[in-house]
Design a protein around this ligand. Structure first.
Ligand SMILES: Nc1ncnc2c1ncn2[C@@H]1O[C@H](COP(=O)(O)OP(=O)(O)OP(=O)(O)O)[C@@H](O)[C@H]1O
Ligand SMILES: O=c1[nH]c(=O)c2[nH+]cn([C@@H]3O[C@H](COP(=O)(O)O)[C@@H](O)[C@H]3O)c2[nH]1
Ligand SMILES: NC(=O)CC[C@H](N)C(=O)O
Ligand SMILES: [Mg+2]
Length: 511
């Protein structure tokens, strides 16, 4: 049985992924698709509801993202949020205007409890606003169901056509009744029953993979990280021995990591594994390259070339499995979102790929959801809770060009940092921590001699979904020990700094 599902139609907002997430948290499957998705596709996918997201544009400006007005004729219930609400008003003949002042932050709101959205919400409540434009006049057939002191149409609905719109953001935590409002839309308006759980996601994915693959062989790009391990186990559940995993040692892994991954994987799982020594070829291609996006693209391409070479040795392989997850996709600039960085497995992929297609069963999930599905499939907790390590590895933690010597220095410094964090019992509390070899050299004095050597930056963050993160408040004693050990034990380092920026404005990795 197919699960019911909700389409989150992406108009370029910041919280699109959060909307999808909140819907899944309510037990309803949801997926984010661009606003350009064709009506035919939407109709045939059998969605039981659509949510229009917010977005940075103004509906009345030229070239703003707009969908076809025929979407309202599909008979599928729609909820517009913020820009999405304005799209609905604009397309159906209402008036959207630019306000003199922005409405931003927590705002008192009066609701009509006769609305399916507000039955569980007090008449006077608060909501979180982030807009300048507003709906001045709703389209014909719409009733106003909420207002604030400066926003005449905080919510409107055409009950008969099942079209709903809210100017505020029910998906953010600062709208205290937000989940009740979404629940009202999903359950009362769309008729969702809440039939989705992680286990049904797994079952459905396994079935879909089995159908897609048929009798063919598949390769899985396995890094030993959480995402690809979960993807591999899922594909193995689907097609068993037709799956071969390829683990690439590109020479940019952490100290001793290649051996550790091989050891763990061979013992833990009954899955075919090939370890490829590609250290030479990656280092050769990266020689003299210092621009971060260029490094990422070279690595993305070289990964694919290695997979193609291995596939040839195995005979005919149709599909490549990757452990791509949602943040990889959105940061690589999916839909109308900006390119933050090209993740090697998405934006860094070459155009010509020697496979019929990719299989990415986790593409719509967040890290914490991937972990939940890993635990559900019986992957041991110590693997599921490993901290993430980016595919391009130390190449994006060495600022500037990458050389074998720099890799060694960084591996040693990073190993000390990780050892001390573990010794202090902090490895579960800090969700990702690592050392960065900055390209900066400075003057120091060691053993009464002048030194002119590199600076290591330490980075530690706390986060749940890796989309936003705070810097970890590592105790000074621990930082002190790490600093001492690195300058004493690792050559060519004479200065250590700790990175105290959150994401945003920084990102977790330095490149
Ligand atoms: N060394 C590698 N060998 C083979 N495939 C890799 C390697 N590094 C990354 N990949 C592929 O790229 C994908 C994305 O890497 P990413 O680091 O985001 O995920 P992961 O390694 O599976 O999990 P984690 O985020 O926990 O490190 C992986 O899921 C895997 O398919
Ligand atoms: O597989 C990956 N390929 C990449 O190209 C890549 N870039 C960043 N990351 C990881 O993604 C999370 C968010 O990182 P940023 O805040 O640096 O964007 C962090 O966990 C990063 O380690 C990557 N993972
Ligand atoms: N957050 C939003 O979706 C904003 C919508 C629109 N850009 C406005 O300013 O009103
Ligand atoms: Mg990884």
């Amino acid at each position: 049985m197919e699960n019911q599902k909700i389409l989150v139609l992406d108009f370029g907002g910041q919280y699109n992924q959060l909307i999808a997430r909140r819907v899944r948290d309510l037990g309803v499957y949801s997926e984010v698709r661009p606003y350009t998705t064709s009506l035919e596709e939407i109709r045939s996918a059998g969605y039981c509801g659509i949510i229009f997201t917010g977005g940075p544009n103004s509906v009345f400006e030229e070239n703003s993202p707009i969908c076809s007005a025929d979407i309202f004729e599909l008979g599928i219930p729609i909820l517009g949020i913020c820009y999405g609400a304005q799209v609905m008003a604009h397309l159906l003949g209402g008036t959207v205007q630019h306000a003199e002042t922005r409405e931003y932050g927590s705002t008192d709101m009066v609701t009509d409890q006769g609305s399916a959205l507000f039955v569980k919400v007090p008449q006077t409540t608060s909501c979180w606003m982030s807009h300048t434009d507003f709906i001045a006049v709703p389209p014909a057939g719409f009733a106003i169901t909420a207002h604030t002191s400066s926003c005449p149409v905080a919510a409107m609905e055409d009950r008969e056509r099942k079209l709903y719109a809210v100017q505020f953001h029910p998906e953010v935590q600062h709208t205290p009744q937000g989940q009740d409002i979404l629940r009202g839309f999903l359950f009362d308006v769309c008729g969702c029953v809440g039939d989705w759980q992680m286990s049904s996601f797994i079952d459905r994915s396994v079935t879909a993979i089995r159908e897609k693959v048929g009798n063919n062989r598949v390769l899985c790009a396995l890094s030993g990280g959480v995402d690809s391990s979960v993807a591999a186990v899922m594909v193995h559940k689907a097609v068993g021995k037709q799956l071969t995993c390829i683990f690439v040692d590109h020479g940019l892994l952490r100290k001793n990591e290649a051996d550790e991954v091989e050891e763990i994987f061979r013992h833990q799982f009954d899955i075919d594994l090939i370890r490829v020594d590609a250290r030479e070829r990656f280092l050769t291609r990266l020689k003299g390259v210092s621009e971060p996006e260029q490094k990422r693209k070279i690595i993305g391409e070289e990964f694919i070339r290695v997979f193609e070479d291995e596939a040839k040795k195995l005979g005919k392989v149709e599909y490549l499995v990757q452990g791509t997850i949602y943040p990889d996709v959105i940061e690589s600039g999916a839909g109308d979102a900006a390119v933050i960085k090209s993740h090697h497995n998405v934006g860094g992929l070459p155009e010509d790929i020697g496979f019929k297609g990719l299989i990415e069963p986790l593409r719509d999930l967040f890290k914490d959801e991937v972990r939940r599905s890993g635990l559900e499939m019986g992957i041991p907790a110590h693997l599921v809770w490993r901290q993430p390590f980016p595919g391009p590895g130390l190449a994006i933690r060495i600022i500037g060009d990458v050389t074998a010597d720099k890799i060694r220095v960084l591996q040693d410094a990073d190993a000390i940092f990780r050892e001390e964090i573990a010794a202090a019992g902090l490895d579960r509390d800090i969700h990702q921590y690592f050392a960065v070899l900055t390209n900066m050299r400075s003057v120091g004095v060691m053993g009464d001699e002048r030194t002119y050597d590199y600076t290591i930056a330490l980075r530690g963050v706390t986060t749940t979904d890796f989309m936003t993160a705070d810097w970890a408040k590592i105790p000074y004693e621990v930082l002190g020990r790490v600093s001492n050990r690195i300058v004493n034990e690792v050559g060519h380092i004479n200065r250590i700094v700790y990175d105290i920026t959150s994401k945003p404005p920084a990102t977790i990795e330095w490149e």
